[in-house]
Design a protein around this ligand. Sequence first.
Ligand code: PLP
Length: 384
Amino acid sequence: MTRLPIYLDHNASAPLLPEARAAHVGALDLCGNPSSVHGHGRALRNLIETARDQVAALAGADRQQVVFTGSATEAITQAIAGSVRPLGIDAIVISAAEHAAVGKAAEITGLPVTVVGIDVDGVIRVDEIAARLQAADASGERLLVAVHAVNNETGVIQPTGKIEALVGTTRHYFFIDAVQAFGKLPLEFGTRAPDMMAVSAHKIGGPVGVGALLMKAHAEGAILVPGGGQEQGRRGGTESAALIAGFGAAALAFPQRYDASRIAGLTAEITAGLQAIAPEIVVFGANVERAGNVVNFAVPGLGSAVAMMGLDLLGVSISSGSACSSGKVGPSHVLKAMGVAPELAASALRVSLGWSSTSEDVKAFLIGFETVLGRYRARRERAA
Ligand code: PLP
């Protein structure tokens, strides 16, 4: 089989959109500091403010609610660790299926952290959040509830509307990690109740190294990097106009480039193809609503690392359920929280599609997977 470069790991990072590339590269040659009042500075300021409008439009936010950061991880850390003192938070509630950025930020606050469970389908246990809120209302505690909108491993869409209704708008605060939902589901930040949301450029075809924290005015005390007062005092540090311009261009282009029904059709082809090759396949989160770009599955016995490396040698890039930053394949805390047996979780693979995915990619992946599975089955038979 010839080696083809097939990229099916959009949830890790999406390929740069041509529009984002043009805006980013175009801005790299401009010199100056966007805070300077001279012409050079004003040109960079214009790029940033245009991008603010573009990101706000995709998030359904007001432009003044958008604070540019260096990543979603930074935005998440600011929303959680930065808010506890100024907003008078007594304790934090997260779910067992959060991205490490959320768990680590909650941990460094030193406050009590309640980790609510997820069910067998990967959906956050809203009843556990309700019980924790009730206890807090009785004791007079102020909680920060911090959960994700779409799971990066399974694509499961979380019931943030229900959680938002429970948290309310008076005593407690609500933060949503909207990284995997941004561009795929309407966020409607301006009209919904959450106080803060985090988004990232590189998941929608923007450059790596820029994200945004969406903040309501009453949450503006949550400042982690005051510095020189940039971003209206909400995130200090000279802004990277080039990265921000790329982010804005991606936010503008993404709705045209990402055709959700086309992508859902491709993931359906993947699921059907996998079921034909391996009827014993288990698809995680199959019974609930998911973002239509992810298939997280396991073929019992075929280890994640073996399958991933076999596909990599054939030129097909996919992910295991979770990859730690060291590049090592680790057990998925999300699948564990869903009650998936460790032996099955050790076989988890995630295929995630996006704006550049084609049916040729799907065909190449399925051929590659059949090859890798065939070799595994042959080895197993020889060993039997
Ligand atoms: N939250 C979720 C759900 C993610 O999937 C990711 C990235 O994988 C992040 C947060 C972190 O985003 P960034 O790479 O911009 O720091």
